[in-house]
Design a protein around this ligand. Sequence first.
Ligand SMILES: [Zn+2]
Length: 283
Amino acid sequence: MLEDIAPHRLDIGYGPKRKPAPDSLVLAARGNFILCALEGGAVRLPRLDELDSAQQRQEFWHLLNLDDTGIFMPQGTLTARAPYSWQPHQVLRGGNPQELCFAAYTARQLSLWYQDHRFCGRCAHELERSSQERALECPKCGAVVYPKICPAVIAAVTDGERIVVTRYHDRPYRGLALIAGFCEIGESPEDTVRREVMEEVGLKVRDIRYVGSQPWGADSDLLLGFVCTLDGSDRIVRQEDELSEALWAQRSELPDGSGLSLTRTMIGLFKAGKLVPGALARA
Ligand SMILES: [Zn+2]
């Protein structure tokens, strides 16, 4: 999956005092776009020493490290200069090298969180970075704001040789999907599985078991994969505003292999007869 980058290592250790080195990488994010160079399928982020001197002098905040290389966000604006240009962040999905793409995905998530939390939601004073932990603090009222992570479930509903597959109604991703949805306040992930399966396809399920997880930085999600078994009628009642398709697929009809996403990997595991509790757990 996207985050499986061994032997490379993403180090998310918090370093508010770290300063960029000439070979540090710069992650400039603006809405759905990031500043990068594309060479074939290869993605490159600008190094600090590739920026002009005025841009190098601005303040940079440390986001994370990929192996020994720091990735920093600029506090001002960056001008695109060849070979770098503003590209939709989706170029990171499936781009090379995978470790850089995953690091940039995660760095972008952090950068957007910083950009979206400049002021205190309680008293509107400007927030400051904590000196202790990955958080923003309000010097006026003491409020502490942590990075946003949204837990969501991916549910594989199975019945012997069959599994429920779906396609989304109005999202760019057109491939096969499983039942998916965000955890609501007060819900356990298993509760979310039961509720989402009922809402999206009108089925009851039992034996809800954890398969594995995936951090999905594009939307600040933490995906939690579950497998469960049909309990009762197999008649699908599709939620029409959410899904364009929802049906029982036979194991033999599914694509082989895994992929960058948890969904695709779970479908591949079911095809191979290996979608069992804990199959993707990282011991
Ligand atoms: Zn405040």
